[in-house]
Design a protein around this ligand. Structure first.
Ligand SMILES: Cc1cc2nc3c(=O)[nH]c(=O)nc-3n(C[C@H](O)[C@H](O)[C@H](O)COP(=O)(O)OP(=O)(O)OC[C@H]3O[C@@H](n4cnc5c(N)ncnc54)[C@H](O)[C@@H]3O)c2cc1C
Length: 295
């Protein structure tokens, strides 16, 4: 439980962080909240010779509200996203999910960018960002690029990030007339998702005109259920449509298995979370999206 020896550097700017990471290659790792990286180092699953602490970089902080989008700095903590009233007003899915991450200690240190880059198959933000159709603002010494969330999560702890790249911010489009829900079945010890589903429904003239569904915890990486989403147009909770949605979202998924949940239990939990999230999103009750499952 003791990490191997490492040097520690706290750069003063994003460009210094990026050039340091580029200069040291595989030997260096960026550290944000440290709540995934440090446990991995203690288990010797990661043995960086140099930690580059990006947590205080001002370029990675701040939440900006533009026309039609919100831009969230990568080093924004889960707790900030849980409690920011302006975020809650325009993107209620964000506090609903943030509130369900682990416990206050983890939420006070862990960051949005760290969670997305780490791409744990049971993490919450990947599903939320897929459902919100977010885009990552990514930088390296060679320049910047944008990566859509739907192209970002590639496999177990695998993303589209290239060596030395950092997520600088996450861009989230804001649309009027949407209803959202996040349903999560928490692992009783860690709080990670055994299965969780994020739903965003769009409405026109009072009827559901479409939406997005994203799932985490069930497969080796969070995924968006694009094949099922056309069924959301005209969806009003019809039982036959709900059954087809559940089949389309989870048909063909290869579920994770562990001591806590075997494959069929995990799939069943995924289906249950989706059914409840769809009902929440359709429900007119004031805060349907903050429902927590008892473990
Ligand atoms: C007990 C416990 C319970 C937890 N429960 C949950 C839970 O219920 N749900 C959940 O979603 N998460 C959970 N987590 C994980 C937590 O949310 C982490 O904080 C998060 O996964 C990683 O964020 P971080 O800022 O701590 O990243 P770090 O640990 O600092 O970094 C993680 C990885 O991301 C890289 N990285 C960090 N920032 C960036 C960036 N801006 N650009 C590119 N790469 C970057 C690092 O190099 C490293 O490889 C839990 C953690 C613990 C310890």
């Amino acid at each position: 439980m003791i990490p191997s020896a490492f040097d520690y550097l706290r750069p003063n700017s994003l460009s210094e962080a990026l050039s340091t990471l580029a200069a040291h290659g595989d030997a260096a790792r960026a550290m944000a909240g440290g709540h995934s990286l440090l446990p991995m180092m203690k288990l010797r699953l990661a043995t960086p010779a140099l930690l580059v602490d990006i947590n205080e970089l001002r370029e990675l902080h701040g939440i900006r509200f533009g026309s039609g989008e919100v831009v969230i700095g990568a080093a924004t903590t889960h707790a900030t996203l849980e409690h920011d009233p302006a975020v809650a007003r325009v993107l209620p899915l964000i506090p609903a999910a943030a509130h369900q991450i682990a416990d206050p200690t983890v939420r006070n240190r862990g960051t949005l960018g760290g969670s997305l880059a780490h791409a744990d198959p049971s993490a919450d933000w990947p599903a939320v960002m897929l459902a919100l159709d977010a885009t990552m603002d990514v930088a390296s010494p060679a320049g910047s690029r944008l990566v859509a969330a739907r192209d970002f999560f590639a496999g177990l702890f695998e993303t589209a990030l290239r060596p030395g790249e950092l997520i600088v911010a996450v861009r989230i489009p804001v649309k009027a007339d949407t209803r959202v829900a996040y349903r999560k079945f928490r692992h009783p010890a860690s709080g990670y998702a055994v299965a969780a589903v994020a739903v965003v429904l769009t409405f026109e003239r009072g009827a559901c005109s479409g939406g997005r569904i994203a799932v985490t915890g069930v497969a080796d990486h969070a995924f968006r259920a694009a094949a099922a989403e056309p069924l959301l147009a005209g969806y009003a909770g019809q039982p036959d449509r709900t059954a087809r949605l559940l089949d389309l979202v989870f048909g063909g998924v290869v579920p994770l298995e562990d001591r806590f949940a075997d494959a069929s239990y995990r799939l069943q939990l995924g289906r249950t979370m989706l059914r409840r999230a769809l009902a929440d999103a359709l429900s007119p009750s004031p805060s349907p999206s903050s429902s927590k499952e008892a473990a």
